[in-house]
Design a protein around this ligand. Structure first.
Ligand code: BGC
Length: 516
């Protein structure tokens, strides 16, 4: 319906380009940038629940938690200090993504990835060796800077390298690496929590150096994207690179369009002012709303606090940790559904199906938890079968996220911006994402305490809003060459009026004439 028809009336270009070993390998290496983000999402929840860690850095939180054991089940983990450790990193990432925007544009995508990996590496070392709160916080800030740089540059890199028809699939490599990072972190925490002597948390934190090292070294080996090479004036190198990534000599047409896009881009001296112009309103709206919506699906309640959440609904310690490993596996495996289908079914179909499935699961989980704990949240034991039912529906919810809002929340913003504001647009995407990740991490335990099982309905409400929004306002972008995306907006029933005719380069892009 609404935005669905737009796909047929894009620029109509079909450049040659197939899956070559070269494009596969470069995208694989770049995608490992997702590991550092994922590792971080997965590691902090487990570490902050380790006694020795709390005693060393947050003794007052530790005592508070001990004392509050007798109150309502919904409130027993509520502590702002506890969440600050988790959430502070995302603020650093938010700020860093703006600096990354300049590095990505002026020096090339690969250097942002490199700096991201390097700062993450140093942050991991500092965290693993932390003797006081200052070292810990400094380490967190460095990790955050690393995540900001990587998340700003990796999705752009992937979307620019990939041939249009495989862009979804190759870009989702980033999300796949995020989920692998989360799962690896969950498993490592499961192991280090059992280490006697109270220093297991050091291993958890220092192992972040592994994904940091991988992307730092990997980035050095990566070539830059043809788009970025042209943008920085290396046209010959760009053409050679385009031939190499596309695996064919016939790249003239695509090359010419990249050069046109780049000329536009040179005319724009201030991407940050430009992005506010009316003609970029559709893309800007998406760069703000998509990451916002991604976070208010409530996914990070599960990712950060799965063990806490499972304990809250009556699981024992071991069972809670195990259940969070299960959701981690589901999260990773379900991402493949998206990898396989995103360039065939399209982005909209996945968004819409995912939204409906998440909503149904949220309603059911809300009811299951509400029936057991009511509004008082009095302590009660869950039967095995009942607990399994809760985990089952949470897994169904996680899988829906993993093939919709998870990957598409990074893919769509990276492919909709014209070159001249692409880097700035992606920074907005990252910073909005990080801001709401921070908010959710910071207030979730408090919300659980006050909204109780209603929390599931709260996020469900947002899922209704975002699904409706996608249905009406997001045009389909599958298979459309990235520098031709403007046609998709021009032909959209609502956004079309924002795009001036001169944005289409009618003289060089005749295909628009053929559009219905
Ligand atoms: C989101 C993260 C989330 C992760 C879960 C990512 O796309 O940005 O906030 O934790 O997916 O797999």
């Amino acid at each position: 319906m609404a935005g669905g028809a737009a796909v047929n009336v894009s620029g109509g270009k079909e450049y040659s380009g197939k899956m070559t070993n070269f494009v596969f390998l470069t995208c694989l290496v770049a995608a490992t940038g997702g590991l550092i983000f994922g590792y971080d999402i997965g590691i902090s929840g487990g570490v902050t629940s380790m006694e020795s860690f709390l005693l060393k850095f947050f003794p007052s939180v530790y005592r508070l938690q001990e004392k509050s054991d007798s109150t309502s089940e919904y409130c027993k983990f509520n502590s702002e200090m506890l969440t600050l450790f988790t959430s502070s990193l995302y603020l650093a990432a938010l700020v860093a993504s703006f600096f990354a925007s300049t590095v990505t544009r002026v020096f090339g995508r690969k250097w942002s990835m490199f700096y991201g990996g390097l700062t993450f590496l140093v942050g991991a070392a500092l965290n693993g060796a932390a003797e006081n709160l200052l070292m810990l916080i400094l380490g967190r800030i460095l990790l955050g800077i690393g995540v900001g740089f990587a998340n700003q540059s990796v999705p752009l890199y992937l979307s620019e390298m990939a041939p249009a028809k495989l862009r979804g699939m190759l870009n989702i490599g980033f999300q796949l690496m995020i989920t692998i990072g989360i799962l690896a972190a969950n498993l490592i925490n499961y192991w280090t929590a059992q280490i006697k002597g109270g220093w297991g948390w050091r291993i958890s934190l220092v192992l972040a150096a592994v994904p940091g090292g991988i992307i730092a070294v990997g980035a050095l080996a990566l070539p830059d994207t043809p788009n970025s090479l042209i943008e920085r004036g290396h046209e010959e190198a760009a053409k050679a690179m385009l031939r190499k990534v596309r695996g064919t000599e016939e790249v003239e047409e695509e090359f010419r369009d990249l050069v046109i896009a780049s000329n536009d881009s040179r005319a724009v001296k201030h991407p940050w002012q430009n992005i506010l112009q009316r003609r970029y309103r559709p893309q800007l709206t998406m760069a703000v709303l998509i990451p916002f919506f991604q976070q208010v699906t409530g996914i990070n309640v599960i990712m950060f606090y799965a063990p806490v959440l499972f304990k809250t609904v009556g699981f024992g310690d071991q069972a809670a940790l195990m259940s969070s490993v299960i959701t981690g596996v589901v999260n990773m495996v379900a991402t493949f559904v998206s990898i396989i289908s995103v360039d065939k079914l399209g982005r909209r179909a996945l968004f819409l199906e995912g939204g409906v499935q998440m909503l149904i699961c949220q309603i059911i989980v809300g009811i299951l938890v509400g029936v057991k704990f009511g509004v008082t949240g009095a302590e009660t034991e869950l039967s095995k079968g009942y607990a399994a039912l809760v985990v089952f529906f949470i897994c169904l919810y996680v899988s829906a996220f993993a093939w919709s809002w998870g990957p598409l929340g990074w893919l769509v913003p990276s492919e909709i911006f014209p070159l001249e504001i692409r880097s700035a647009g992606q920074s907005i995407n990252v910073s909005v994402n990080m801001f709401f990740t921070f908010i959710i991490a910071q207030v979730f335990l408090n919300m659980l305490c006050h909204m109780k099982f209603g929390l599931f309905f709260f996020f469900g409400g947002w899922v209704i809003i975002m699904t409706t929004f996608i249905s009406f306002f997001l045009p389909e972008t599958k298979n459309v060459p990235i520098e031709e995306m403007v046609f998709v907006w021009k032909n959209h029933w609502f956004w079309g009026k924002f795009i001036p005719d001169e944005a289409l380069h009618i003289e060089s892009r005749t295909a628009i004439a053929a559009a219905p």
